[in-house]
Design a protein around this ligand. Sequence first.
Ligand code: HEM
Length: 459
Amino acid sequence: MVFFLPVLLLTGWAHPSFANDTLPVYTDGGGHPVSSPYDYQRAGPNGPLLLQDFHLIDTLSHFVRERIPERVVHAKGSGAHGYFEVTRDITNITMAAPFSDGVGTKVPLTMRFSTVAGEAGSPDTNRDPRGFAIKMRTSKGIWDWVFNNTPVFFIRDPTKFPLFIHSQKRDPQTNLRNPTIQWDYWSQNQEAIYQVMILFSNRGTPASWAQMHGWSGHTYKWVTATGDWHYVKVKVIADAGLNNLNATEAKNLISSNLDYNTQELQGRIAAGNFPSWTVAVQTMTPAESLKWKYDVNDMTKIWPEAEYPLLEIGKIVLNKNPDNWFAEIEQLAFSPANMPFGAEPSNDPVLQARLFAYSDTARHRLGPNHEQIPVNCPLAVDNYQRAGWMRVDGGAGTLPPGAANYPSSFEAPVSFTPRPYNLSAIADPKQSSGYGSDVLQTFPPGFRAAERSIQHGIH
Ligand code: HEM
């Protein structure tokens, strides 16, 4: 029998002689000092590695778990921090914070810009709509504006989203992008035409994220403290104006700098040339919506600004690059369902589907406690949610850890706020007749009838 003597090998790395005793001590994940990050243990000078070598195993096993799933869409992007400032009293349109907190109120925000179809490492200047997502931390909870840089969208039927995205992403057989499939989808689903025309203009290749506008696309319902409500669309207007690349410029940048827009945004902010936007809304009363020539919830249509003028309500400024990109940008999780009282979803079926899909994907991508990650965390949160993967706040927000985990008869650790208006009172004034009467679509025989039946709830 041969006995190996465990040998701690130093790999010839010379420890730099830092004179400063105040430097933190290098440790393994358990906090135990380790003499060098390059250390490993062998059974004898040339023998196999040892299972007891926690430092090596800890290093490797953490490294191989460094990746989290990339976003299923909008995987490539970056962002920065800043603030939203209320510039107009619009309490006649909404009771939502930050507007209800008064003109001049500033709330911290984080924005993320992205392409849609490409993977996490894909080029910034690919032809694609740009995601334009804004997380505002208001006094009444998170308000996420998960917008694009286009006023309209490709679809108005929620079931089409995964199928449409499949047609734009890689072919399942070849793993190549397939222009035939991309165009076949658009040829079959012609409500996408407005968005396709924008996409194939130079707006499909913005030169700078600071020089593009953002739109809600969807209609929302904004409600006042007295229960009056309007349909609202939001537009975020770049103060620096639009600046787009032509097709040749975009193509050249794809081969010379994959991260062009990311670098450009970070460079601007580092130089103190802070990007800013003016926020404006278009409003439509329920009575006006009855006369509107399209379905008020159809996001393939705009409301012309000449008919529904823009009203300026706020300002956005980005003034801080992330200190840690993974913590502050990759772990961001936006959801259109994040709205304070005074902002309500419309009946747009695409928006309704999104209310579900974003928190659902965040639970998969980041875990059930993703709202505790500092960049996603509201200014205040108190509820009865408990435990689960990676719970790090000891319980439910700021409730004491020993507080009853239900509304008990002997302890009231939280107070309750009734919704200040009745949801039935802001119901749409008419039932939608469904989409499509103004758009030619070519489907295989029988498909169109089936689709419309489903929309009308017959199946
Ligand atoms: C049924 C329709 C839609 C579905 C199911 C859907 C789903 C998703 C999902 C699953 C993500 C990844 C989120 C994450 O991993 O954190 C995402 C990202 C995003 N979506 Fe959508 N989406 C839809 C329509 C739209 C529309 C209409 C817009 C714009 C008006 C939009 C804007 C965005 C943006 C900006 C992001 C990136 C968010 C970020 O920066 O983290 N999406 N979407």
